[in-house]
Design a protein around this ligand. Structure first.
Ligand SMILES: Cc1cc2nc3c(=O)[nH]c(=O)nc-3n(C[C@H](O)[C@H](O)[C@H](O)COP(=O)(O)O)c2cc1C
Ligand code: SF4
Length: 442
C-alpha cells in the first residue's frame, strides 16, 4: 500500500486506534441552548467516522455552564447528558472509529457568552484582549470546583462508553489562561513560575485519574508556543510560553498520568497560526461576526477590525503573522518533534495536514505518531478513503480560506469556499446535509 505508515494501528496505553488520522476538534452550533445534544451532532460525527478516520476528537465540550464559549454546543456538565454521548459513541463505533471527548472550560475566552453567566472566570481579572469579555480571577474555592468539574466530565464520558477524553489545554481557554506567562498574573501558588502556573492542570489530571482510574485514555491538547504577541496592533504581548516551557509541562503531564499529547499552537483562538489561513476572509467576517462583535466590551474596536482601512490593515497584519500559505501544512511539526523527543507517550500533531505523502513522512521521520485534521476533512469528509486508494491529495483540497471558521458562529458548519463546488447550490446542499436524518420526525 502506498501510504502504509498511515494505516498502521496506533497503540496508546489504554486505547488502540486503527490508523493515524484523527478528526480534529470541530463542530457547528448543532445542539440545544441548554447543552443537550441533537441528532444533528450525531450526523456530523458519523460523516467523519464513515469517512475512515481512526478516531474522532470531539469539539469543545464544556464541563460547566460558566465554561461555555458559545450556546448550542452539547455539554457534559450533568449526568442527564450521558445518554446523548452514549448515542454519539454508538453511532461512531458502528464504523470502527473511536470517540474521544474534549473536556473544556473557556474561562474568559468566549465567542458569545449566553444569558446565564455574562462574566467569565479566569486566572486573571483582565478581559480577553480580542473581544473584551469580562472575567474575574478565580478564588481557590472556584479553582477546586473547576478541577472537580473536569473529573466529573471524565467520569460521565467513561460511563457513556466513550473511548477516552482530551483536556482542552490549548488555544487560550481556561487551562492556557493558567499555563501562559502572558495571561496568568496571579500572586498566589497558581501564578508566577512555571511549576505554579502548571498547578491547575496537574490538579485536573490527578483528579481525573482519581475519579476514572488509570485504565481510561486521557490526552491533552497543548499549545506548544503561545505567540501571544502575534498581533502587534492589538498591543498584545509579551509572547508567553516558549517551546522549552511546554516541553517541561508535557513531561509533568505524563508523570501525572496523561497518555498522549495533541500539539497545537497559540494563546488565543482563532490565532493567525491556528487555524492558519491563506488569507483572512474579512468580508465574510464582517457579515457573520456581528453577534460576536457586540457580545464583548470592545464592540467599536472590533467593528474597526473588520471594516474599511483599519480592516485592511488588520487583515495584512493577520496574514503576516500567519506566515506563507505554502507553509501551512505541518506548521506545528517542529514543535511536535521536540515534545515527542521528551516524552514516552504518543504525540498527535494538528495543523494543515491533507497530503498523504507529507503525513507519511512526518510519521516515518518520528516527528509525530499521528495527525489530526479539521478543515481538510470538512472539505473532503472521505479523505482517508482516498489515501487508502493511493491518492496523495483530494481533487479539490481545502484552500485554508477559513470561511468555515468565520461562518460557524452564525451559520451551520461546512465548507463555504464556493470555488470548490460546481455551483453555490451544490455548496449549500453539502452544508445542509448535516441535518439528514432530521432531528424530529412527525
Ligand atoms: C470551525 C472550527 C472550530 C474549531 N473548534 C475547535 C474546538 O472546539 N476545539 C479545539 O481544540 N480546536 C478547535 N478547532 C481547531 C481544530 O481542531 C484544528 O486543530 C485546527 O483547525 C488546525 O487543523 P486544520 O488545519 O486541520 O484545520 C476548530 C477549528 C475550526 C476551523
Ligand atoms: S471553507 Fe472549505 S476550503 Fe475554506 S478552510 Fe474551510 S473547509 Fe477549507
Amino acid at each position: 500500500m502506498a501510504f502504509e505508515p498511515i494505516f498502521q494501528p496506533l497503540a496508546f496505553r489504554n486505547l488502540t486506534v486503527k490508523n493515524r488520522i484523527f478528526r480534529s476538534n470541530v463542530s457547528g452550533r448543532f445542539d440545544n441552548y441548554d447543552g443537550s445534544g441533537t441528532q444533528t451532532r450525531i450526523n456530523w460525527e458519523t460523516k467523519f467516522a464513515k469517512g475512515g478516520v481512526g478516531a474522532i476528537i470531539s469539539s469543545f465540550v464544556p464541563v460547566h455552564l460558566r465554561g461555555r464559549i458559545v450556546p448550542n454546543y452539547a455539554m457534559i456538565d450533568d449526568d442527564r447528558h450521558i445518554p446523548f454521548w452514549r448515542a454519539v459513541g454508538r453511532a461512531v463505533h458502528e464504523h470502527d472509529c473511536k470517540f474521544i471527548l474534549q473536556l473544556s472550560h473557556g474561562g474568559r475566552q468566549r465567542d458569545i457568552n449566553g444569558i446565564e453567566y455574562p462574566i467569565g472566570l479566569s486566572s486573571t481579572s483582565k478581559a480577553d484582549p480580542i473581544h473584551g469579555f469580562r472575567c474575574e480571577a478565580m478564588t481557590k474555592a472556584q479553582i477546586a470546583e473547576a478541577v472537580a468539574c473536569f473529573a466529573e466530565g471524565a467520569r460521565r464520558a467513561r460511563e457513556a462508553g466513550l473511548d477516552g477524553v482530551e483536556l482542552h489545554g490549548a488555544n487560550g481557554y481556561l487551562i492556557t489562561q493558567f499555563l501562559s506567562s502572558a495571561i496568568n498574573d496571579r500572586k498566589d501558588e497558581y501564578g508566577g513560575p512555571l511549576e505554579n502556573r502548571a498547578r491547575f492542570v496537574l490538579e485536573v489530571v490527578r483528579a481525573i485519574r482519581a475519579k476514572v482510574g488509570s485504565d481510561f485514555h486521557l490526552q491533552m491538547k497543548i499549545s506548544a508556543q503561545d505567540f501571544d504577541d502575534a498581533l502587534a496592533f492589538l498591543n498584545m504581548g509579551p509572547s508567553g510560553n516558549t517551546l522549552a516551557e511546554s516541553v517541561q509541562v508535557a513531561k509533568w503531564l505524563v508523570e501525572a498520568g496523561v497518555d498522549a499529547l495533541h500539539v497545537s499552537t497559540g494563546s488565543f483562538f482563532p490565532h493567525p497560526r491556528n487555524p492558519a489561513g491563506a488569507d483572512l476572509p474579512v468580508e465574510d467576517l464582517a457579515k457573520s461576526y456581528d453577534t460576536m462583535v457586540s457580545s464583548g466590551e470592545r464592540t467599536f474596536a472590533n467593528f474597526l477590525l473588520f471594516h474599511g482601512v483599519s480592516g485592511a490593515l488588520a487583515r495584512s497584519a493577520w496574514n503576516r503573522a500567519a506566515g506563507p500559505a505554502d507553509e501551512i501544512e505541518g506548521k506545528n511539526l517542529p514543535d511536535a518533534r521536540a515534545i515527542k523527543a521528551a516524552v514516552n507517550v504518543p504525540v498527535i500533531c494538528t495543523g494543515g495536514f491533507q497530503t498523504a505523502s507529507v503525513i507519511t513522512k512526518a510519521i516515518t521521520a518520528g516527528d509525530c505518531d499521528a495527525v489530526s485534521m479539521a478543515r481538510p476533512l470538512i472539505a473532503n469528509n472521505d479523505l482517508v478513503h482516498a489515501f487508502r486508494r493511493g491518492e496523495d491529495r483530494a481533487d479539490k483540497p481545502c484552500t485554508y480560506c477559513n470561511r468555515c471558521l468565520v461562518n460557524v458562529v452564525e451559520n451551520p458548519l461546512g465548507c463555504y469556499d464556493e470555488s470548490r463546488f460546481p455551483s453555490r447550490q451544490a455548496m449549500i446542499a453539502q452544508i445542509m446535509s448535516v441535518f439528514t436524518p432530521p432531528p424530529f420526525v412527525s
